[in-house]
Design a protein around this ligand. Structure first.
Ligand code: MG
Length: 257
């Protein structure tokens, strides 16, 4: 379950490239674009500019390079021409990228135009919750510590955490061991070791945590129709703490462990 230094270097390179994809999205005015247009823009950038492979395309029979999850969609939203982003929407883009055989996975929830304060607060809290989880990562910490930190922050702010989807080990395969739950008890679960690489990707709902999958077999929505927000980074356990492999240049990072 741990990676060798050579593999970690390749994963870091994939992560750096993936961070630049979010840089592209950051520079894009999303209002008025369909989620399919965003998918096509990202695919071109990954394939042509980064000379990399969009790892989601073809995985489990999926036809796109990203998931686009708008408002009450929790995750796995499928890009489409008819889904046009509008002022006030929140949208998560979840993207994977493979370079030299190693995969990085990251997601970010964007505010489209002017978003109401309640939705903004949900998005901000989801981002903070992800970082609360990341900051617990160090050799000897337990998986339960990550989940507990995330869930505690969500609950303190009045939000629920989706339990059906979790973070995951990642490397040559998109989904490897271990599963990284976004809820849990401190001091329980697998002990982290230097060289482990996995994602942390909490989904927070404004309402209740229960979800359902729509008839397309992909799109996961909140059962009560409430808004949902998510962020994701791929992280590596280092000798002294954590390295965020998909860190974007505008992000401060985890700080001292
Ligand atoms: Mg993931």
């Amino acid at each position: 379950m741990t990676k060798q230094p050579r593999e970690l270097a390749l994963l870091a390179e994939s992560g750096r490239l993936l961070a630049s994809v979010f840089g592209l999205l950051d520079r894009t005015s999303l209002a008025g674009l369909s989620t399919l247009q965003v998918n096509e823009m990202v695919e071109q950038f990954i394939v042509r500019d980064l000379q990399a492979r969009p790892a989601s395309k073809g995985q489990y029979g999926y036809g796109f390079v990203l998931n686009s999850s708008v408002n009450n969609v929790v995750c796995h939203g499928v890009p489409s021409q008819s889904n046009v982003l509008r002022d006030g929407d929140i949208v998560n883009f979840d993207i994977t990228l493979e370079k030299s055989g190693y995969i990085a996975d990251s997601s970010k929830t964007y505010l489209v135009g002017r978003v109401n304060p309640a939705a903004k607060r949900l998005v901000q809290t989801a981002y903070e919750a992800m970082w609360m989880g990341i900051r617990t990562v160090r050799p000897g910490a337990r998986l339960g510590d990550i989940g507990w930190a995330i869930e505690r922050h969500a609950k303190r702010n009045g939000y629920s955490v989706v339990r059906e989807y979790c973070g995951h080990g990642i490397g040559r395969e998109m989904h490897e061991e271990p599963q990284v739950l976004h809820f849990g008890k401190p001091g329980t679960g697998l002990a982290l070791r230097e060289g482990m690489v996995f994602t942390i990707e909490p989904m927070l709902n404004r309402g209740r945590r229960s979800v359902r999958t729509e008839a397309d077999g992909w799109t996961v929505v909140t059962r009560d129709g409430s808004l949902s927000a998510q962020f994701e980074h791929t992280v590596a356990v280092t000798a002294s703490g954590v390295s965020v492999l998909t860190l974007r240049p505008d992000e401060p990072g985890p700080g001292p462990n």
